[in-house]
Design a binder for this molecule. Structure first.
Ligand SMILES: [Zn+2]
Length: 165
C-alpha cells in the first residue's frame, strides 16, 4: 500500500493505492505518524485487492487511528464497499461519501464506471445509464447498486451525517 498525503487547513487528504494485505499496517503506521489534523479524507479509488490479513490489520490500526482523527472515505471501489458490507468493523463509524459503480452492456459485456455521491444520507445525483460505446444500447446498472446505496446511506445515518428516517 502506497499513499500520497496533502494537508489543506485542518483536513488531510490521503490517496491510497495498492492492496489491503499483509503490508497495509506499515502504511497505516506511517499515516498515523504523518497526520497532524483532526480530520482525514481517504481517497480509496486506488485500492486493489483486499485479503483477510489486511482486513484484520486495517481494523486493528483504525482502532488507534479513530482516537487520533475523524476519517471519511471517498471514491471507494466496489471491492471496498463489498468488504464494508460484509465486515461492519471494517468501516465502523467512518462514513463513505462516494463510491464507484459499473454499468454493463448486456450485448457486448463492456463496462463503464460511474461515481455515486451520497451527501447527508441522500444520493446527490443518480448517474443516468450511459450508452454503450460499441453498440449504443443503454447500459444496465449493477445489480448490487440499490443495496450498496442503502448500505452507504445507513452508514452515514449511523455516523450522524444524516437523519434516520
Ligand atoms: Zn454494447
Amino acid at each position: 500500500m502506497q499513499f500520497r498525503l496533502v494537508t489543506k487547513g485542518d483536513c488531510t487528504h490521503i490517496e491510497l493505492s495498492g492492496h489491503i494485505d499483509e503490508d497495509v499496517k506499515h502504511a497505516l503506521r506511517d499515516i498515523e505518524a504523518a497526520v497532524k489534523t483532526p480530520s482525514v479524507v481517504f481517497d480509496c479509488a486506488g485500492i486493489g485487492k483486499i485479503n483477510s490479513i489486511g482486513i484484520k490489520d486495517w481494523i486493528l490500526a483504525f482502532d488507534r487511528l479513530d482516537k487520533r482523527f475523524a476519517s471519511t472515505y471517498v471514491r471507494c471501489t466496489t471491492a471496498f464497499v463489498d468488504m464494508a458490507t460484509m465486515v461492519p468493523s471494517f468501516t465502523k463509524l467512518r462514513p463513505i461519501l462516494s463510491f464507484a459503480t459499473a454499468f454493463l452492456c448486456d450485448t457486448c459485456q463492456r463496462e463503464k464506471a460511474a461515481l455515486i455521491e451520497v451527501a447527508n444520507g441522500v444520493v446527490a445525483a443518480m448517474p443516468k445509464a450511459p450508452a454503450c460505446d460499441k453498440c449504443g444500447a443503454v447500459m444496465m446498472q449493477d445489480d448490487d447498486l440499490p443495496s450498496d446505496i442503502d448500505f452507504v446511506v445507513k452508514l452515514q445515518q449511523k455516523c450522524g451525517l444524516a437523519k434516520a428516517v
